[in-house]
Design a binder for this molecule. Structure first.
Ligand SMILES: [Ca+2]
Length: 107
């Protein structure tokens, strides 16, 4: 647990814990972003049709279809029924309030 004790005071206080969990979440979110790109946007137009995206996400059964539709409608900013990679990542960064530093993800 050494890496959780950020200020090296030998105690893991609540803020250390929060920082650790946020870091973990960011790493996971970046991972999801990469997976999402491979899955949904690695094509000529770097985009996916809303209906296809709903279908794929419903197969996993992690979220309710109504919830998926609602979120995707928000991601599809211009209401084109096509989610582009930029719409997708803009949504993640804006709505989740993330400062993930996508440019240096390989460092
Ligand atoms: Ca769109």
């Amino acid at each position: 647990m050494d890496n959780v004790d950020a200020d090296k005071n030998e105690y893991i206080d609540y803020s250390d814990f929060l920082i650790a969990s946020i870091t973990l979440e960011r790493a996971q979110i970046l991972d999801y972003c990469k997976t999402a790109y491979e899955k949904f946007f690695k094509n000529e137009h770097e985009s996916i049709e809303v209906s296809d995206l709903i279908e794929i996400l419903c197969i996993s059964k992690v979220m309710k279809p109504e919830f998926i539709r609602c979120v995707i409608a928000k991601i599809d900013d211009d209401d084109s029924q096509i989610v582009s990679a930029s719409e997708f990542y803009t949504f993640i960064i804006d709505k989740l309030g993330l400062d993930v530093g996508l440019d240096d993800e390989n460092t």
